[in-house]
Design a protein around this ligand. Structure first.
Ligand code: GTP
Length: 598
């Protein structure tokens, strides 16, 4: 199609502001799906996505729209993941577009993710159309939302489109705005092929499916292509577009968006942000912005039953087929046996993987506390990267430790600022900016150690703000910090899987809180159990779990036998997620106690 009649756009929004609902409405209005065909929210394909109501993977849909001027346009809607963990994927999806709809809930106004996403779009040079959604709600305030868009985001809001994605009111105006306000793609079909990969996944029937935006040149069936980041060559077997049903076509040309299936066996070969070119007529360079994805959050995964270890490995391998952004390698722990060290893009990503392992593969897992990767310069000048506390080097050989730092944007109402400031101080934050964007809304910008965020930051923020604070963050650098390894001893024995890395200045307090929490979590045994926190050989805190005095079963003697059975079953159920370490049964929650000490 003539690029003049193509519009590629994304929808960006804060979580729950109505992105999926609006996508569905656009599909319905362009006749891509009839209302009956449309099971609610087709773009969120995976079960988990639907359940959690967030978009994890980016997809794209081609719609045909005949505008009021009588001209038919090809509109490619590129869906973006809705969470900070996936911000690189968001940025590559945005790089595939010329424009974006910035959806803002008229009853909530601009939130942290609205801003973060808007900045990503602006940095990618996109034209932005603000969409003010949920105007059917009695609490909708269109003038105030416009004002916030102008003040906080810095975008003119005079052409903002007020809509209700739910009722469909005003949505036809969005389609007209897309056609008239967004620029058309600028590439050249006769130049060598350069296509940007913005999503890929493994399909059990068709193999690896790649979504790409053709920036220059053409892509066609039978073409020999080369992936420019790794030089690998494949043959295109099929290509097509999602309408959202897949429809095969013969070729894709500059400006268009579609999927292709090639002789690719491994989804890890198709990196998001990579450039696809013609192997016989290669482009001179890659498209800008490519980065290798790096894990940010690390944890150990073990099965409760050590016989299930190979099942866990098989499950991790299967999940990796579909998600090349998480990594795992075997590790072993004196306490937990054989398991895997896993790296994730962020906390949500970690939760998703864990949930899928348990749900789809029916595994009972013990997870160790999540942590980050430190860069350690040794006194001999060598440099180590350590993400596993059990590999922490001896303090005497450490010269300097660098920890990853994020810049966080927090939006909240004035009344919660006090509580939030206290929290970010406690979490070692440094203030970068404090701004009133309306007389009652505040935007805080802080630098914070990622290590503090992966602990309980998000839950604490929610509780101090009663849910009225939104957070977005991205990695911005490192600080040199005096981090120390804190060991936990159970009955005098250090349990390697319980060790954590903490800042020296908060180590004493954290140690105290941690052993206190563990005392609550470790059930009473037949004997007394001492729980201690230690830094090196120095014990910094201690608590004791007292012994059980009475035999619980004894209570039921002479009583009803079914009651006794129930009690035993209940105990067994409780045991499921316990790991026996030495003579002590430690439940899963105790391994994650550090997440609960705030
Ligand atoms: P994520 O995928 O989690 O980022 O959320 P989203 O931005 O896609 O939001 P979604 O479309 O799932 O909408 C969130 C909630 O708002 C749902 O309960 C919708 O039914 C509701 N909603 C969306 N648009 C409207 C609207 O125009 N009016 C009203 N009243 N509710 C809406």
């Amino acid at each position: 199609m003539d690029p003049k009649y193509i519009r590629n756009f994304a929808i960006i929004a804060h979580i729950d502001h109505g992105k999926s609902t609006l996508s569905d409405r656009l599909l319905e209005m362009t006749g891509s799906l009839t209302a009956r065909e449309m099971q609610a929210q087709v773009l969120d394909a995976m079960d988990l996505e639907r359940e959690r109501g967030i978009t994890i993977k980016a997809h794209s849909v081609r719609m045909m729209y005949t505008a009021r001027d009588g001209q038919t346009y090809q509109l490619n809607l590129i869906d973006t993941p809705g969470h900070v963990d996936f911000s690189y994927e968001v940025s590559r999806s945005l790089a595939s577009c010329e424009g974006a709809l910035l959806v803002v809930d008229a009853s909530q106004g601009v939130e942290a993710q609205t801003l973060a996403n808007a900045y990503l779009a602006i940095n990618n040079g996109l034209e932005i159309i603000p969409v003010i959604n949920k105007i059917d709600l009695p609490s909708a305030d269109i003038p105030r939302t416009k004002e916030m868009i102008e003040q906080a985001v810095g975008l003119p809001a005079d052409h903002a489109v007020p809509v209700s994605a739910k009722t469909g009111l005003g949505v036809d105006e969005i389609l007209e705005s897309i056609v008239h306000l967004l620029p058309h793609p600028k590439g050249h079909s006769d130049a060598p092929l350069q296509a940007l990969i913005f999503d890929s996944w493994f399909d059990a029937y068709r193999g690896v499916i790649v979504l790409a935006r053709i920036i220059n040149g053409r892509m066609y069936k039978g073409q020999k292509i080369k992936l420019m980041s790794n030089g690998k060559v494949f043959d295109i077997e099929n290509l097509g577009v999602l309408t959202p049903k897949p429809v095969e076509i013969e070729s894709l040309s500059a400006g268009e968006v579609g999927f292709f299936v090639a002789t690719i066996k491994n989804v890890a070969d198709t990196k998001i942000g990579d450039t696809v070119t013609d192997a016989n007529h290669p482009a001179t360079g890659m498209l800008p912005g490519f980065e290798d994805i790096k894990s940010m959050v690390f944890a150990g995964l073990y099965t409760v039953d050590s016989h299930e270890h190979t099942l866990l490995r098989d499950a991790l391998e299967k999940l990796r087929l579909n998600d090349s952004s998480f990594f795992f390698e075997p590790e072993s722990s004196a306490a937990l046996g054989f398991g895997f060290r896993c790296g994730f893009l962020g906390l949500l990503h970690m939760e998703i993987i864990q949930e899928r392992l348990e749900r789809e593969f029916n595994l009972d897992l013990i997870t160790t506390a999540p942590g980050v990767r430190y860069k350690i310069t040794m006194t001999d000048g060598s440099v180590l990267e350590v993400d596993n506390p059990s590999r922490w080097p001896d303090v005497t050989s450490i010269e300097k430790i660098e920890e990853p730092i994020i810049t966080a944007m927090i939006m909240t109402n004035e009344e919660y600022v006090g509580g939030i400031l206290k929290l970010v101080e406690e979490k070692r934050g440094k203030q970068k900016n404090f701004e009133y964007i309306t007389p009652t809304r505040v935007m805080l910008t802080y630098e914070l150690p990622l290590n503090e965020i992966v602990l309980d930051f998000y839950d604490r923020l929610k509780s101090v703000s009663r849910g009225y604070a939104s957070l977005d963050y991205h990695l911005t650098g490192t600080w040199v910090s005096p981090m120390v390894k804190m060991d936990i001893l159970v009955s005098g024995e250090p349990v390697d899987a319980l060790s954590i890395i903490v800042h020296r200045d908060v180590a004493y307090e954290r140690g105290k809180a941690l052993v206190h929490k563990m005392k609550e979590l470790i059930p009473r045994q037949m004997f007394e159990v001492a729980i201690q926190a230690a830094i090196g050989s120095k014990i910094v805190a201690r608590e004791t779990v007292t012994a059980i005095r009475k035999n619980v079963i004894a209570k039921c003697y002479g009583g009803d036998i079914s009651r006794k059975r129930k009690l035993l079953e209940k105990q067994k159920e409780g045991k499921k997620r316990m790991k026996r370490i030495g003579k002590v049964d430690i439940p899963q929650e105790a391994f994650l106690a550090v997440l609960k000490i705030g």
